[in-house]
Design a protein around this ligand. Structure first.
Ligand code: FAD
Length: 449
């Protein structure tokens, strides 16, 4: 408990805002959250669609700190690897990490509702239907539908299109960029079998990589899968060319024939569900006068291909919580230190997410990539303390994203060289395979000297 009770306003009760409200309320802060939407626990706002996310270690760590990991794990489905669906119908499971390492599929709505309820139980008050219109520089408070915030601290967790950030953009020397991908996405649905069972392997993240586009599917607790099509807006294969039922069914039959029979409502879903865009948002500073602080997507919105957006936002909460301990709740120290140290990691996870799109839609089906994964596995198994594949650094460790990215780039350079060697597969099969792995390990380490 802090000595003098501090008050905090939080704009947005999405995933990060609700979790941050729990952190602060548990610490004894007087917390009010202002959310523009109605209360999703009383009124459905998702059009009945079940949208899910992959939660990994960074997200779980934050939930563990506020005592929620156990409860939330009950809402998750472990996904042990990527199930690659080739065009000829073959499937291939590529494990994500060591045995026992997995990512978790969880319903976005279910998670958000639970976090809001826990925030209220911890003492936070959430006001719904209360949009924020920006920051009032004279009053030094956020401008709401029904007046102004009144608090010592003001947190912007109002997502990638943050209203609070949009006023900070008007301040001198504020950097801001938003960069859209040429691709958009559309959510679709594979219902469960009549007996409630899953139509495909339950414990995997399914991917249909088709080079310039892809389909993915994550399992839901009710036996269904949420399917997402990532496709360019324009060009030969694009949303623009999918204009009627026939063109949609032709496209799916040509590129994803094994999925079509599992999606009875494909054409209807396709035209009912929106096509959404994807962008990377970068800004700096994230704060104003050591009173206002942007976190989560409001500070660093990224494309979804590493499954890290929410995880990174939850990690913001963990880091801020550690700093509250370290600086004894002195926000004059916490805010500048947080934004300075966290910004390189936010930039790095944004870059990692962009890179992973190419990996997911194209490389995972590539023989060279599969061989690289095999060699990385051998390196890691023989030298677990010296070699960690990039995916594991990002997903199953707390290593700063910027460090993971730097090591990942060194790994790429190293594998470029290895790729030039002839007959690697054959060499690995022979008795000298282990010696070769040890030599490669030495070579790789030399890159850092
Ligand atoms: P949001 O979740 O966007 O919440 C913002 C909240 O603020 C909302 O409740 C909104 O209504 C409210 N709000 C907005 N404007 C105002 C205003 N003016 N006044 C008051 N309230 C306001 N991340 C992962 O970690 N794993 C994944 O697998 C993953 N998959 C994804 C798949 C897709 C297709 C997309 C688009 C994203 C995915 N993400 C994933 C990213 C993740 O969704 C975001 O990083 C996460 O939701 C960010 O949380 P947030 O609370 O910062 O913002």
């Amino acid at each position: 408990m802090i000595d003098s009770m501090k008050s905090a306003s939080i704009i947005g009760s999405g995933l990060v805002g609700s979790l941050w409200a729990i952190f602060l309320a548990q610490r004894g802060y007087n917390v009010r959250v202002y959310e523009k939407r109605p209360d999703m626990r009383k009124q459905s706002i998702g059009g009945g669609r079940s949208i899910n996310l992959a939660m990994s270690d960074r997200g779980l760590k934050a939930l563990h700190t506020v005592g929620l990991e156990h409860e939330i794990r009950k809402l998750t489905i472990p996904m042990h690897g990527r199930m690659i669906h080739h065009l000829d119908g073959r499937t291939e499971l590529q494990p994500y990490g060591d045995k026992g390492q997995f990512i978790n599929s969880i319903s976005r709505g279910g998670l958000n509702e639970l976090l809001m309820t826990k925030a209220e139980e911890s003492g936070a008050v959430i006001e719904f239907d209360q949009p924020c219109f920006g920051y009032d520089f004279q009053r030094k408070e956020a401008n709401l539908k029904n007046g102004f915030t009144q608090s010592d601290l003001l947190f912007g967790t109002d997502g990638a299109f943050s209203a609070l950030r949009s006023t900070l953009e008007k301040t001198d020397r504020f950097n801001y960029s938003q960069t859209y991908l040429e691709h958009g996405y559309k959510e679709l649905h594979i219902p469960p079998n009549a007996d409630g069972s899953f139509k495909m392997e339950k414990n995997a993240l399914h991917i249909w990589p088709r080079k310039s586009f892809m389909l993915i599917a994550l399992p839901n607790l009710d036996g269904s899968f949420t399917v997402t099509l990532f496709l360019a807006f324009e060009g030969e294969y694009s949303f623009t060319n999918l204009t009627d039922k026939k063109s949609v069914l032709d496209f799916f039959n040509q590129h994803f024939p094994d999925v079509v029979q599992m999606m009875p409502d494909l054409a209807e879903d396709f035209f009912t569900n929106p096509t959404s865009s994807l962008a990377t948002f970068r800004c700096y500073p994230w704060s104003l006068e050591n009173k206002v602080l942007l976190i989560g997507d409001a500070a660093h919105g990224i494309v979804p291909f590493y499954g890290q957006g929410m995880n990174a936002g939850f990690e913001d909460c963990t880091i801020l919580n550690n700093m509250m301990n370290e600086f004894k709740d002195d926000w004059q120290k916490i805010i500048p230190t947080f934004q300075k140290t966290r910004k390189p990691d936010a930039d790095a996870v944004g870059e990692l997410a962009l890179r992973n799109f190419i990996e997911m839609r194209d490389l995972v089906a590539d023989k060279k990539f599969v061989l690289r994964k095999k060699i990385e596995k051998l390196l890691h198994e023989r030298h677990p303390d010296k070699y960690l594949p990039l995916y594991a650094m990002v997903t199953f460790s707390e290593m700063p994203y910027s460090k993971a990215l730097a090591i990942g780039k060194a790994q790429d350079a190293f594998f470029e060289k290895i790729g030039e060697l002839e007959n690697i597969e054959a060499q690995l099969q022979t008795s000298t395979g282990a010696t070769l792995i040890d030599k490669w390990m030495d070579d790789f380490q030399r890159l850092f000297q």
